[in-house]
Design a protein around this ligand. Structure first.
Ligand code: MG
Length: 173
């Protein structure tokens, strides 16, 4: 049984919310490797309907998740031919607009990218800068870690790139 006073209201809920986003794309020869809006020199790139940027897709889903506004598949359907090769920065901007429309602003972002090779560490700060720019944040509020899968699974065999991202949003006063 749910007590009426336990159901809460928007006024009594905390002013901060968290959102989680994940993404994975297949890697193939002859594709570009976009990671967090940065083009990474590599022999393989990510396959997808858009530019297949796992970081921007995960960040966008985290933003939408924080304000319970659905997911990027609803906003930008894979079946829409006009979205082929789409710059995923547009997806992040649309998700950020949903956060603002819900009355919140982004506090910080933490990103983990799983990729066997090439090493992303040399590109980390460029990726942080790009994501920070898209979200209107100081770069110190955007973290990115790059990990390998120790040779295990689809990431370990360099067949896939994956990403997890969490965001914190706070109510705008
Ligand atoms: Mg994706």
């Amino acid at each position: 049984m749910v007590h009426a006073d336990a159901m809460g209201s928007e006024e009594s809920t905390p002013d901060t919310r968290v959102g989680l986003g994940t993404d994975v794309h297949r890697l193939a020869l002859g594709r570009s490797l976009w990671v967090g809006g940065v083009l990474i020199p590599a022999d393989r790139g990510a396959v997808g309907h858009s530019d297949a940027d796992v970081v921007l897709h995960a960040v966008a889903d985290a933003l939408l998740g924080a304000v319970a506004a659905g997911d990027i598949g609803e906003l930008f359907p894979d079946t829409d031919p006009s979205l082929e090769g789409l710059d995923s920065a547009i997806i992040v901007q649309a998700a950020r607009e949903r956060v603002v429309a819900a009355g919140y602003h982004v506090g910080n972002v933490d990103i983990v990218v799983d990729l066997e090779r090439p090493k992303l560490r040399p590109h980390r700060d460029a990726i942080r800068q790009r994501v920070a720019g898209l979200l209107g944040l100081d770069v110190r509020r955007v973290s990115m870690k790059a990990k390998t899968a120790e040779g295990l699974g689809a990431v370990g065999s360099n067949e896939a790139i994956a990403c997890q991202a969490v965001v914190l949003v706070s109510r705008t006063r």
